[in-house]
Design a protein around this ligand. Structure first.
Ligand SMILES: Nc1ncnc2c1ncn2[C@@H]1O[C@H](COP(=O)(O)OP(=O)(O)OP(=O)(O)O)[C@@H](O)[C@H]1O
Ligand SMILES: [Mg+2]
Length: 293
């Protein structure tokens, strides 16, 4: 662990000046989390001692190659899997099971029950979790459908919608629960390139309006830079933290720009250079790197 992170956890409060006191506790704290799958034959370690923190209204991205444990980390934050080492805390409380304060949007939009209309789909979790009574649930569902531009399709059935529209229903359904953190696992991966870009744009617009806290998984460097304000880079299997970078300066307008391309290439090297911090480490001159291991 490097000095930046150590200073964050140092217990030398008596000798540290007031201004250097640790900031208020983060919304989500993932501390030294190792995750394993146990099959009868063997144990597969998906992540190794991963740590990161997410603050309210962050758009935090987990980025790494296929198999590095991104989905597994997301499932652990959601409470579906327990760490074999380390812990996960949300608003100070340890995560031990799934809860309505963490809602997941997956890649497959066919998770929308086809026999329910769009509005019934959005209302369903609110009613099933007894969060709201029917009338309030409908009101809230309409509010979020309006936010994702689907008011006119409230009574449509999912099979009549395009992939992008299904994605928006899934997002409206998740936001309607007003979770403490929205978890998205490659939510646009199944969409064509143009629709994917449109969805990224809409997600950012929605964030501007609602300011939810987002944990977003992708293996696309470009998508990570566009969607995230912070990006955690994970090494190949088992996933370990390679670096964390700030990316708030990029959006869809940055695509194709020289700076954007250069950052994309540097991240690529950081992700895939197996050699001990060389030559990627020398490339770490970019000012936005927060933590490098
Ligand atoms: N149910 C499971 N049983 C055993 N091993 C699993 C299981 N699910 C995932 N794994 C293993 O855990 C590791 C991490 O998988 P995970 O799905 O989290 O990766 P990922 O980063 O999300 O990859 P991708 O980008 O392809 O979605 C992989 O080696 C995978 O084979
Ligand atoms: Mg995955």
């Amino acid at each position: 662990m490097n000095a930046v992170l150590q200073s964050h956890t140092a217990s030398e409060s008596s000798i540290v000046p007031q201004v250097d006191q640790p900031a208020a506790e983060a919304l989500l704290q993932v501390q030294g989390v190792s995750l394993e799958y146990r099959t009868p034959e063997r144990v597969v370690r998906a992540t190794h001692q991963v740590s990161f923190e997410i603050d309210p209204a962050d758009r935090f991205v987990l980025l790494g190659p296929s198999g590095c444990g991104k989905s597994t980390l997301l499932k652990a934050v959601a409470g579906f899997i327990q760490p074999s080492e380390g812990q996960i805390r949300l608003a100070g409380a340890q995560v031990t099971e799934p809860g309505p304060d963490r809602i997941v949007v997956f890649q497959e939009f066919d998770q929308l029950p086809p026999w329910k209309t769009v509005i019934q789909n959005v209302m369903f979790p609110l009613l099933a979790s007894r969060t709201l009574k029917r009338r309030e649930a409908e009101e809230r569902a309409r509010y979020y459908l309006e936010k994702v531009g689907l008011s006119a399709f409230a009574d449509a059935y999912p099979h009549t919608l395009s992939g992008g529209m299904k994605a928006r229903v899934a997002i409206a359904r998740a936001l309607a629960m007003q979770p403490k953190i929205l978890l998205m696992d490659e939510p646009f991966a199944a969409l064509d390139a143009l629709t994917r870009r449109k969805m990224q744009e809409e997600l950012l617009e929605l964030w501007e309006e609602v300011r939810f806290t987002l944990l977003f998984v992708t293996h696309s460097i470009e998508e990570a830079l566009v969607v995230g304000n912070r990006i955690l880079l994970l090494s190949p299997h088992p996933g370990r933290v390679r670096a964390e970078i700030n990316s708030h300066q990029y959006d869809l307008n940055s695509l194709g720009g020289v700076d954007f391309q250069r950052t994309t290439q540097r991240i690529h090297r950081l992700l895939f250079d197996e050699g001990e911090a060389e030559p990627a480490e020398r490339e770490l001159s970019f000012k936005d790197v927060r933590i490098a291991y």
